[in-house]
Design a protein around this ligand. Structure first.
Ligand SMILES: Nc1ncnc2c1ncn2[C@@H]1O[C@H](COP(=O)(O)OP(=O)(O)OP(=O)(O)O)[C@@H](O)[C@H]1O
Length: 253
């Protein structure tokens, strides 16, 4: 389970002064559920996820992830979390299998467990054709699948995906969305950040709309449709952030 309580993160920026990237954000995600964090560029999604994954310390507020507090037990949180960041990198000279196994060892797994888990991930993500090829020759989709596998090698209870389908072709994006759904169906707690409305509609059990660092609306798709009197997620989103002018102004910052 994930519980964020009044999470706030401010940055001092030379040009822009004090920035509240995330302000007073609270939400929970239960096992077997996908929480979709939906927001435009600069809304505060990545900063929120980095706090949950212990990569950033909140300025105030707290988070509990898989039963552990990120401030007092960060190692325990990290052992139970797989975080696919937009910037997750691969070593070009390693093959996908070597890369994934390396992260298995970093997570304290023994060799038989690593071999077995790579087989499962390669089946689920469709990676067998390129498992033993060098990462520097990979397409964007192959790289992303390898990054996902290395992030989830230790089969964590909590999985955090930051824009996992960005820049991917339709078929690869569909394969990844299907994989995320399977993770949820196996009881994982999943956070999925994106600005793609259609993915949120199809995939997420609960949707949190984040804008200017604030969680401005939250609910199931049906709840949001009722609350805003709209069926279309894009219309709901624009209304939730205060209209097109407010969205355009935020994107200019
Ligand atoms: N290290 C930092 N120093 C200064 N400002 C930062 C820093 N990290 C993020 N910000 C600012 O905080 C705000 C939220 O950024 P964040 O990356 O969390 O948004 P996002 O929703 O993930 O957007 P995107 O989809 O563009 O990645 C932005 O205004 C960003 O410029």
């Amino acid at each position: 389970m994930i519980e964020a309580r009044q999470l706030t993160k401010t940055f001092k920026d030379k040009k822009r002064g004090l920035i509240t990237a995330v302000g007073d954000v609270s939400f929970t995600c239960q096992p077997g559920r996908i929480y979709g964090l939906l927001g435009a560029n600069g809304a505060g999604k990545t900063t929120t996820l980095r706090m949950l994954a212990t990569l950033l310390k909140p300025t105030s507020g707290a988070c509990t992830v898989a039963g552990h507090d990120t401030a007092t037990a960060p190692e325990k949180v990290r052992a139970n979390v797989g975080f696919l960041a937009a910037s997750t990198a691969l070593y070009g000279r390693l093959s996908a299998r070597e890369m994934i196994a390396y992260f298995g060892r970093l997570n304290g797994m023994d060799e038989p467990a690593i071999v077995a888990r790579i087989r499962v991930l390669a089946d689920e993500l469709g990676m067998h054709d390129f498992l033993d090829r060098r990462c520097d020759k990979f397409s964007t989709g192959m790289k992303q699948k390898t990054s996902i596998a290395r992030t989830l090698i230790h089969d964590p209870a909590v999985m955090i995906f930051d824009e996992p389908t960005l820049g991917l072709d339709v078929m690869t994006a569909r394969a990844i969305v299907k994989f995320v759904r399977q993770c949820r169906d196996r009881g994982k707690t999943v956070i999925y950040s994106t600005h793609v409305m259609s993915v949120v509609e199809k995939l997420c059990d609960t949707i949190g709309i984040i804008h200017g660092g604030k969680l401005v609306a939250e609910g199931t798709l049906a709840e949001l449709q009722t609350r805003f009197g709209e069926r279309d997620m894009e219309e709901i989103f624009v209304q939730a952030v205060g209209g097109e002018a407010a969205l355009a102004a935020a994107l200019k910052d």
